[in-house]
Design a protein around this ligand. Structure first.
Ligand SMILES: *Cc1c(COP(=O)(O)O)cnc(C)c1O
Length: 352
């Protein structure tokens, strides 16, 4: 009864979401602070009767709010049900079997190969530098490719490329192929490539409300791109689900996006905590990669990553471990509140 297509799937394994409060949860890069007070107000005052009606299939108001902030028009904005869905539509619209493999970094967001299998897109992983930075010149060494995708900052390493490295790459790479920059963590210290979209219509920037905007539970993400690229994404969406964004998500997303000051403040707090923990871990003799995101990628010489993960879990601290050659001894630690991180540090100094 199952299709051959189905039998080939290799699904993504999401980080654990324990349904009790026993853990200090530092494993899926959620924001430790609540969303803007304006979100709370909407939820309190929302009229349940409005849910009788379908949402705006084009999410115009939300796209206006996002476009204004980025100096773009609503026609440059494609919102979706989490950036994972937006990314999936991008893979469908822009990458195929015809022009060679899709290129992405060797260690990166593990959903990319999953979408490749889903849509039958060949791919090639490009090695990182020794310091775990992405080297975009290596992406130019391949003869044929149907496009490029990388997160900036990269996940799970946290390492950031400056925007002029991105523009330098766009200048040299084919204008006929899409380059997707997944900026899930850009608000934690990076500079966005959104300003490059006008000069490089093959460049698409994907963002999410899940991390810096404290709305992982709402499922809201978006792509910024040329009007052509956004129209293509609309075609994919309307071939799949006309209403991926419900009424509440559109209303809340708009209000959240307009409360920039609040979000800048909590991002500043997270960055400050991150730098404090970076130093504290180094003082405990950990090797920690410099991070421009809301997580740290670290290893403790002499101890296996699986052991770090397992012993922390037993002690009530949940982090993420990827059992992949080259990064198997690292754990990824989401930056939580100062109080959570103090307990994390105290647990580490006790255990390791
Ligand atoms: C978290 C994350 C996403 C997915 O975000 P959602 O909007 O919650 O689907 C996409 N890309 C990267 C690199 C991420 O870390």
């Amino acid at each position: 009864m199952y299709s051959s297509r189905f039998k080939k799937l290799h699904p993504y394994t999401p980080g654990e979401q324990p349904q009790n409060q026993e853990y200090i949860k530092l494993n899926t890069n959620e924001n430790p602070y609540p969303p803007s007070p304006k979100v709370e107000k909407i939820l309190r005052e929302y009229k349940a009767g409005d849910l009788r009606l379908y949402p705006d299939p084009k999410a115009v108001k939300l796209r206006e709010a996002i476009g204004e902030k980025s100096g773009l028009t609503p026609d440059n904005v494609f919102p979706g049900n989490g950036s994972d869905e937006v990314l999936s539509f991008c893979f469908y619209a822009f990458f195929g079997e015809e022009n060679g493999p899709l290129l992405f970094p060797e260690h990166t967001y593990s959903f990319y190969p999953v979408y490749c299998t889903f849509y039958n897109i060949p791919y090639t992983k490009i090695s990182l530098k020794e310091d775990f930075n992405i080297d975009l010149s290596r992406f130019l060494d391949t003869d044929e490719s149907c496009g490029v995708i990388f997160p900036n900052p990269n996940a799970p390493t946290g390492r950031l490329l400056p925007v002029d490295a991105v523009s330098g790459f766009l200048e040299k790479y084919s204008r006929e192929r899409a380059v997707i920059i997944d900026e899930a963590y850009i608000d934690f210290g990076g500079e966005s490539a959104a300003s490059l979209i006008r000069s490089y219509p093959n460049c698409i920037v994907v963002r999410t409300f899940s991390k810096s905007h404290s709305l992982a539970g709402l499922r809201l993400g978006y792509a910024l791109g040329s009007t052509d690229a956004v129209a293509a994404l609309m075609t994919v969406k309307d071939s799949f689900n006309s209403y991926p964004l419900d009424r509440l998500a559109q209303t809340i997303g708009e209000a959240a996006f307009r409360d920039e000051e609040y979000y800048k403040e909590i991002s500043r707090k997270i960055i400050k905590t991150r730098e404090r923990i970076f130093t504290a871990l180094k003082n405990q003799h950990w090797e920690v990669l410099p991070s421009s995101s809301n997580f740290l990628f670290a290893r403790k010489p002499g101890i296996k990553g699986s052991e770090l993960y397992g012993r922390l879990k037993k002690a009530g601290v949940l982090v993420r471990h990827f059992d992949l050659p080259g990064i198997e001894d690292f754990i990824r630690i989401t930056v939580g509140t100062d109080e959570q991180m103090d307990r994390f540090l105290e647990t580490c100094s006790r255990l390791f």
